[in-house]
Design a protein around this ligand. Structure first.
Ligand SMILES: NC(=O)C1=CN([C@@H]2O[C@H](COP(=O)(O)OP(=O)(O)OC[C@H]3O[C@@H](n4cnc5c(N)ncnc54)[C@H](OP(=O)(O)O)[C@@H]3O)[C@@H](O)[C@H]2O)[C@@H](O)CC1
Ligand SMILES: Nc1ncnc2c1ncn2[C@@H]1O[C@H](COP(=O)(O)OP(=O)(O)O)[C@@H](O)[C@H]1O
Ligand SMILES: [Mg+2]
Length: 295
């Protein structure tokens, strides 16, 4: 029996049909990484698998492909060119497009770094991909650099900034967390997106609805924990949840995994890799409680 009770309003991940197959649970494409930041996109990709996506492909600069591929044998890799500074160049666009055609959902940003080529590449993909997309980390920073910062997004988008990234998105470097909360709701409403303002009680909003997340602890204050959230959110999109529901459920499960992890380890000792190991327990507790509620 599950030891948790699910908070009201938590989205339901549908039970798996007996005759389902990997295609049923979506093809996710994750784009990120640069020399020195192979870990971030690897964490995202593994979290995407652990979160239940059917097929996961990671597109990274070829200089880091072997490192990324070795992290988990269960996802596929797609080599892209690497520029002289270790980043994806703009001309990676054509090879990305080949994979984009077959993707049900996309995540972009973890570990990308920043360059002029990346600015044009990322903004082109954000504008062009018609399916749901998670934008995180440098993906957010590159979107923030656009001059026309007020237009609504043309397709379903989940943006997952921490306070520092949100300040860059709205161009207000002094914003407090309290001010950011109000501003996040306004941002999501105006830009027609889901905004996940990450922190100790992460806020998820689409401008109309708000979810203040009850799970999670300061053990999550460790490099790579946000990258895990990116992959988990993408997994929920791959399983056909709406952008708002995907973000809420991912944030809840991510925090729950951290809460379960620190029962067995410690807050200071928690790493993003450990967190991946507890995603399964979090999903187990969640699905048991979901099934008990519907019995
Ligand atoms: N293994 C890997 O490969 C990893 C690679 N990674 C990759 O690194 C890249 C850079 O991402 P990043 O988040 O580390 O740096 P950045 O965007 O400069 O943010 C830090 C700035 O924001 C501020 N800040 C304020 N409030 C904050 C808050 N609540 N939470 C966090 N920060 C907050 C903070 O202010 P401070 O409090 O430090 O003065 C500081 O000024 C990105 O591509 C990412 O994917 C990482 O994922 C780690 C694992
Ligand atoms: N004190 C805290 N309590 C609860 N959750 C936290 C705390 N500090 C950080 N987190 C969570 O950890 C994650 C950190 O994300 P981020 O800063 O993007 O990490 P990274 O880029 O290193 O992967 C977010 O999901 C955030 O909500
Ligand atoms: Mg981050």
């Amino acid at each position: 029996m599950s030891s948790i009770s699910l908070p009201a309003g938590l989205p339901i991940l549908p039970r798996r049909d007996q005759h389902s197959h990997k295609g049923t649970f979506g093809r996710a494409l994750l784009i990120g990484g640069s020399v020195g930041m192979a870990g971030s996109i690897s964490l995202s990709a593994r979290a995407c698998l652990k979160g239940g996506a059917g097929l996961v492909t990671v597109a990274v600069p070829d200089a880091i492909l072997d490192t990324v591929a070795t992290f988990d044998a269960a996802y596929m890799t797609w080599p892209l060119p690497t520029d002289r500074s270790g980043h994806l160049p703009f001309h990676a666009k054509s090879k990305i497009s080949e994979k984009l055609e077959h993707a049900d959902c996309v995540a972009i940003g973890p570990g990308l770094g920043q360059s002029r080529g990346l600015f044009f590449l990322v903004n082109d993909l954000v504008d062009r991909f018609s399916g749901p997309m998670v934008i995180d980390a440098d993906g957010l920073n590159l979107v923030a650099q656009r001059a026309e910062k007020t237009e609504p997004f043309a397709a379903p988008r989940v943006l997952t900034p921490h306070l520092g990234e949100f300040r860059r998105l709205v161009g207000k470097p002094q914003l407090t967390m309290e001010e950011a909360t109000a501003s996040a709701i306004e941002f999501a409403d105006k830009r027609k997106c889901v905004l996940v303002l990450k922190g100790s009680q992460t806020l998820v909003t689409d401008g109309t609805r708000q979810w203040k997340n009850p799970t999670g602890n300061p053990g999550l204050a460790t490099g790579g924990s946000g990258d895990v959230l990116t992959g988990l959110t993408t997994a929920m999109l791959a399983q056909r949840l709406s952008v708002y529901d995907a973000a809420v459920l991912a944030v809840y499960l991510h925090g729950l995994a951290a809460d379960l992890a620190v029962q067995e380890t410690s807050q200071p000792g928690l790493t993003a890799s450990d967190l991946l190991d507890f995603l399964e327990s979090a999903l187990c507790q969640y699905t048991q409680a979901r099934d008990a509620n519907s019995a």
